[in-house]
Design a protein around this ligand. Structure first.
Ligand SMILES: Nc1ncnc2c1ncn2[C@@H]1O[C@H](COP(=O)(O)OP(=O)(O)OP(=O)(O)O)[C@@H](O)[C@H]1O
Length: 224
């Protein structure tokens, strides 16, 4: 196995707007290794969400390359890029990104269905994850019937369901009280260390920054 599960080199994102160019990301390079829990900090507008979207293949960079498991996402064919997004990358979106018509259980199950996992495996994995995010008793509720913090925890469970190699989590505890936030970070960090999952997580919470194996800082699109 490659030493790094993710390698990004020279990433920039420039938005051309009527008011002029906006540089969201400027020549950012980083690597993630299996089992690492890395925290990304920086002020609002620094480019954190942009960086996560580019690393996950959701947004193309203006320049630069992203390699996941040695495959360059920026030049891979559609089907190879789809496979990487489906199998290798888990995402926790700031806006949760849950499907409103599906129950909590069905939302968490979705990545496993897309991967073609059998029913017994889906039931076991979804049950374990809902239990570990403290929502075993809410499995049949739809997002609109859950609090913001509960929806966020469904999003965390879903991001881990498909056993990704990389987890990209955009302020995954922003809606949670400090005790629940700490428990969710423990869950993510323990899965990272047990399963060799590489985690890159953005936060404004100093107690989460303390838990990191490594801290990266973004300022005005520049990574340090
Ligand atoms: N489509 C766009 N057009 C123009 N500018 C954009 C666009 N998307 C993002 N930006 C700009 O890019 C910069 C980086 O935004 P980004 O959302 O990545 O920041 P962030 O660090 O995640 O902020 P926050 O902590 O508030 O979520 C900001 O200055 C933002 O205004």
């Amino acid at each position: 196995m490659a030493e790094h599960v993710l390698e990004a080199e020279g990433l920039s994102v420039i938005h051309r707007t009527p008011a002029g160019d906006v540089t969201a990301l400027a020549d950012a390079s980083l690597t993630l290794s299996p089992g690492e829990f890395v925290v990304l900090i920086g002020p609002s507008g620094a480019g954190k969400t942009t960086l996560l979207h580019v690393l996950g293949g959701i947004q193309p960079p203006t320049t630069g390359t992203v390699r996941v498991g040695g495959v360059d996402l920026t030049t891979a064919g559609e089907s190879e890029a789809d496979r990487i997004r489906r199998d290798d990358v888990g995402f926790v979106f700031q806006s949760f990104g849950l499907i409103g018509a599906l129950s909590a259980q069905e939302n968490v199950e979705l990545p496993l269905r897309i991967q073609g996992a059998d029913a017994a495996e889906r039931t076991e994995r979804v049950g374990m994850l809902l239990d570990r995010v403290g929502l075993a008793g809410h499995a049949s509720q739809r997002p609109a019937e859950l609090s913001g913090g509960q929806q966020q925890r469904v999003g965390i469970a879903r991001s881990l369901a498909g056993r990704p190699r990389i987890l990209l989590a955009d302020e995954p505890t922003g809606q949670l009280d400090s005790t629940t936030a700490a428990a969710m970070v423990e869950l993510i960090a323990s899965i990272a260390h047990e399963d060799g999952l590489a985690v890159l997580l953005t936060t404004h919470d100093p107690s989460i920054v303390e838990r990191a194996d490594r801290v990266l800082e973004l300022h005005d699109g520049v990574l340090r």
